[in-house]
Design a protein around this ligand. Structure first.
Ligand code: FES
Length: 103
């Protein structure tokens, strides 16, 4: 059972974009894909890169370092050289607030 913590306002993340939010447990990337919000680890599983600095193409985030990519809703590694799936987090919307459930 995780704890839902406030991440950001929905309006902080424009549709088709991603921001980084830092928590004590680490940095998360918060995505807005056509009005649906998703949360994943911000750090690429391939190396030391912040995915919130990458390019969001539909529901795939492309890492800016070696152009690997992940399917945001599932965290599945879909573009090489990424092969390790990305950790995803449950998102809860409370009015205009985005909460994520941390472990
Ligand atoms: Fe992300 Fe290499 S660090 S693809």
């Amino acid at each position: 059972m995780g704890t839902a913590v406030f991440a950001c306002k929905a309006s902080d993340v424009a549709p088709g974009s991603v921001i980084r939010v830092d928590f004590d447990q680490g940095a998360l990337a918060i995505f807005n894909i056509e009005g649906s919000f998703y949360a994943t680890d911000d750090r690429c599983t391939h190396g030391l890169s912040s995915l919130s600095k990458g390019a969001l193409d539909g529901d795939v985030i492309e890492c800016s370092l070696h152009y690997g990519g992940f399917h945001v809703p599932t965290g599945e590694a879909v573009l090489p050289p990424c092969s390790i799936n990305l950790k995803t987090y449950v998102v809860e919307m409370r009015e205009d607030d985005v909460f994520v459930v941390l472990d």
